[in-house]
Write a protein that binds this ligand. Structure first.
Ligand code: ZN
Length: 287
């Protein structure tokens, strides 16, 4: 009996350092993505306290604990180079783990963009003005603070009771000589429909923009920020903590919108990805 125990102990001792010497294993959900899509990295066999850095193409990505494991969300930019890209984990023991993910090219889809009369109609001046104001507003949104550690504990959930996509993420809207990528998803929502927080977080923006209209930005932590736009009414204040499912505003057509709807953008470490693909990361029981 003792001999068996000894063998188990020795086998365990030989096996254990080998696991840690490799610094854990990187798991990707899903295992391949298109330009503009997110993926989740889970580290198996390493404790969060042993993680020094995680990078994607050399860019540092915050790591948080999810279901007891070190986890990170990575957003692939709409204009990312198709092909193999690298995720690297460095542990405090300076062990390195690397895994590649293949990014597929997205088919380029374009559509004409009409400018509503309230924003000047389809004139050259209105087109130029739209692009100028948009870049100014994008500058404000780019500065929205996002926390590395996660405010949330549960999976992300949808912002409306019924989720019907009216305008998908990722195509380009052409106006005059300008091309504006749609970096969010539009959902059907009649005027005054309740819009909910997709997870716990802190409200970083709750204000009116010329193009984006009344907008709520929530810092969920873990590098995730959600933006709800064109709202008719804001129901939260900047700096306020919100919980998943909490009312943050009502849908509308403020700013650049032809009719009431909800535009939702989800940004992962500064990269706006397809919100529907983000929700899909939490579809399985496992996640
Ligand atoms: Zn939109």
């Amino acid at each position: 009996m003792r001999q068996y125990l000894l063998i188990i102990v020795i086998a365990g001792a030989l096996y254990a350092p080998r696991v840690f010497a490799h610094g854990g294993e990187l798991l990707f959900t899903p295992e391949s993505v298109m330009q503009g899509e997110p993926f989740m990295v889970t580290v198996k066999g390493t404790d969060i306290r042993d993680v020094k850095t995680l990078t994607f193409d050399g860019k540092r990505i915050p790591v948080f604990v999810r279901n007891g494991k070190p986890t990170a969300f990575i957003g692939v930019d709409l204009s990312a180079r198709p092909g193999k890209h690298t995720v690297k984990l460095l542990t405090l023991d300076l062990d390195r783990v690397e895994k590649k993910i293949t990014i597929q090219a997205r088919r380029r889809v374009t559509a004409p963009l009409g400018i509503p009369q309230k924003l000047g109609g389809n004139t050259k001046v209105a087109q130029q003005n739209l692009v100028t104001v948009l870049s100014k507003e994008n500058g404000v949104l780019a500065k929205v603070k996002v926390t590395d550690s996660a405010w949330f504990k549960e999976a992300f959930s949808i912002p409306l009771k019924d989720l019907i996509v009216t305008d998908a993420y990722g195509y380009s809207r052409e106006t005059g000589s300008y091309s504006i990528p749609h970096k969010g998803t539009d959902f059907r929502a009649s005027l005054g429909t309740q819009v909910k927080a997709i997870n716990d977080g802190v409200v970083r923006l709750s204000r009116d923009f010329t193009v984006y209209g009344k907008t709520v930005a929530i810092d969920h932590g873990g590098g995730v920020v959600s933006f709800s736009m064109h709202l008719s009414k804001l129901a939260v204040k900047e700096g306020q903590k919100v919980t998943k499912g909490e009312l943050i505003g009502f849908s509308g057509d403020t700013g650049y919108a032809e009719r009431p709807h909800l535009h939702l953008s989800v940004r992962l470490n500064g990269v706006s990805i397809d919100p529907m693909k983000f929700f899909a990361l939490f579809d399985t029981k496992k996640n």
